[in-house]
Design a protein around this ligand. Structure first.
Ligand code: S3P
Length: 438
């Protein structure tokens, strides 16, 4: 059987040193989307050079946008204005990227032409009705498979109208999709979220000069108010990538890492709050606002962790970090309980089941529930686990190797390329004993 890229982690070690980690994936996607819709040339520094964000870049090229990709995170987007996109000659393949698919559905539903969006086998299993249903209510003509999954076929030339929408699930992708559709709709689109989710779309729209009203848990946008104006964007490091090293340092005695220039938007910092509640030693320094986004250096030193009941309001603020938070829980004294996190079951993999299966192989007492997990801290054994093609599962189990009693082998790690291609190199430079084999 072909196990793809395999990570082999020799047990033990600690993480020491300072590094810049991969750029923020959410902000990189949005920089391409809004840069394409703007008038003028948007310069991006620190664009994430990874498969997911390159899927968005290629998608907008196929929609007629000239994008100069200079490498090393430098991208110039020659915006075509809000009405300048052209039909793609072929279906738009978005690979593994849920953010690209959900955000682009909203944008393309409002265009004068038809589009088809496809993805890989994981993306083709993820629920899309959460966007197609409200878009249809706005007047869009949009089809999925019978089970509500991609391919998504969008029939253009429909005049959308504003919608008052109260989201059932806390999802920044759904909110952003509707804001993009709302940009083109007649009247006001108003979206209320059940809990705060990442607000990069709102911040970026304002940065590009498009007015929004934000009031409590509701954001409103009036369609066709003005054009978007190109700007320069400096993408900070991704706290979701930093999270692996934050947990790695928190669980291995003697660790001391400084993660430089990381985005610390308050809608993303649940990982800091959760680890701090568990007793981690985390300090922020050099805090500044860059391009409307808070950025800081994050310093983490080893300190013993204790199990906690994770407050449910922190779940959307740490939604991508649970695979590695489960590893922290496995290393903590006592029991950690996560509830209110059913969304984890529809990420790039079923992150509750896949993490529970892997932790059990490593002899950790991890009990999955419908909407979370109960984990009792203990010694971690070695063993062979499978990431199920999910980048964050692969990286989380790699970090577990710091506390394992024997080698951990992780199958199917190819998709680490979707968000953090330099993960193994940076992890090695900080002290993880990781080998990556094809
Ligand atoms: C994202 C939103 C989140 C997150 C994803 C990126 C975004 O998804 O899990 O990795 O950039 O808007 P949901 O909106 O499905 O929670």
């Amino acid at each position: 059987m072909n196990n793809g890229v395999v990570f082999q982690i020799s047990p033990g070690g600690k993480l020491c040193g300072e590094t810049r980690i991969a750029s923020d994936k959410s902000i990189s996607h949005r920089s391409i989307i809004f840069g394409s819709l703007a008038q003028g040339v948007t310069h991006v520094d620190g664009f994430l050079e990874a498969e997911d964000t390159l899927s968005t870049l290629k998608a907008f090229r196929s929609l007629g946008v000239k994008i100069d990709h200079h490498g090393q995170g430098r991208v110039d987007i020659h915006g075509v204005g809000m009405n300048g996109l052209r039909p793609s000659q072929q279906p738009i393949d978005l690979g593994n990227s849920g953010t690209s698919m959900r955000l682009m559905s909203g944008l393309l539903a409002a265009q004068a032409f038809d589009s088809v969006l496809t993805g890989d086998s994981s993306l083709s299993k993820r629920p899309m009705q959460r966007v197609t249903k409200p878009l249809t209510e706005m007047g869009a003509s949009i089809e999925t498979t019978d089970t509500g999954t991609a391919p998504i076929t969008i029939h253009g030339n429909r005049q959308l109208h504003g919608l008052q929408y109260s989201m059932q699930i806390a999802s920044a992708q759904v909110k952003s999709c509707l804001l993009l559709a709302g940009l083109y709709a007649h009247g006001t689109t108003s979206i209320t979220e059940p809990a705060p989710t990442r607000d990069h779309t709102e911040r970026m729209l304002e940065g590009f000069g498009y007015p929004l009203q934000r009031q409590g848990s509701t954001v409103r946008i009036d369609g066709r108010q003005t054009s978007l104006k190109a700007l320069s964007i400096d993408v900070p490091g991704d706290i979701s990538s930093a999270a692996f090293f934050m947990v790695g340092a928190a669980i291995s005695p003697g660790s001391d890492v400084l993660l430089k220039h990381v985005g610390v938007n308050p809608t993303r910092t649940g990982i800091i709050d959760i680890l701090s509640l568990m007793g981690a030693d985390i300090q922020l320094s050099n805090q500044q606002i860059i391009g409307g986004e808070p950025v800081a250096d994050i310093h983490v030193r080893y300190a013993p962790l204790s199990g906690i009941n994770i407050p449910e309001q922190l779940v959307p603020l740490a939604i991508d970090e649970f695979p590695v938070i489960f590893v922290a829980a496995a290393c903590a004294e006592g029991e950690t309980l996560l509830t209110g996190a059913a969304e984890l079951r529809v990420k790039e993999s079923d992150r509750i089941q896949v993490m529970a299966d892997g932790l059990q192989i490593l002899n950790v007492n991890a009990q999955p529930t419908t909407d979370g997990m109960r984990i009792t801290g203990s010694e971690i054994n070695g063993g062979r686990v499978d990431s199920h093609g999910d980048h964050r599962i692969a990286m989380a189990f790699a970090i577990a190797g710091l506390k394992a009693s024997a080698e951990i082998v992780i199958n199917n790690c190819d998709n680490v390329q979707t968000s953090f291609p330099e993960f193994a190199d940076i992890a090695r430079s900080l002290g993880l004993n990781i080998a990556s084999k094809n």
